[in-house]
Design a protein around this ligand. Sequence first.
Ligand code: SF4
Length: 292
Amino acid sequence: MNFNSAREIIDLSNSEGKKIYELMIARETELQGATEAEIRKNMARSLEIMKKAVEDSITKDIKSISGLIGGDAKKIYKNESIKGGTICGAMMKKAIAYSMGVLEVNASMGKIVAAPTAGSSGIIPGTLIALQEEYDLSEAVIINALITSSAIGLIVSKNATVAGAEGGCQAETGTAAAMAAGAIVEMMGGTVEQSFHAAATSLKNILGLVCDPIAGLVEAPCEKRNAIGASNALISAEMALCGVESIIPFDEVVDAMYKIGRSLPFELKETALGGLADTETGRRIKKEIHNN
Ligand code: SF4
């Protein structure tokens, strides 16, 4: 069992009557010789790390090593200045806080799961953990969702890139949002086709986004892009679950993302020489951080 595209996953799912996570488990057991129990155990360990990062970010005082970010996840989670504590709804508020929190933990040298990268590590835990709490979902359901998300990440890795240095931020936070969106659809009872409509929609929404980290640190604008990535995933999943389809299939969106990434100048691919990193404020912050 192996697959290299969303189309192949959809065809396999139709012929074998399996969900994405079941196909991914079959692939891993065959190619890596791991048992299903081992795969689930490893994913449970990843989920544990994700949950610890989320928990730390909303309960502890976290500051990044540079001092550039920290404390914003807690600010959102505990917000009382807005009437009712949120304008986006309780679940979205959690997804925003949690996804930003994981980035804060990463920037303070804490432990996170790169899913698919450190810079985009907040989107999957932020959305899945918020949904688990909102809908009282079991650990097994979230572990299945993580396995589904890994299959979507695999397709992008095989056909394009998940690295900001190669494809810009669209490749990092765009892929993470696609992974989360497809997994959310499956865990909420959607079809395999709907999962890939959601994944396509979230990646399309972020095409062209450059990688321009201030002072070359995976902190800003990365943290806020994870919050927007989480909302992108949730909105795309909601659309797909309601029957809204992506006109361009996921595999073609991935191809487009890769072409765009390759056409970006090097200043906009993690070199911190362009975009927000090259603004007056960005350059001043870089100087201050490096002088210290
Ligand atoms: S701006 Fe660059 S470093 Fe930051 S999340 Fe995006 S791709 Fe990663």
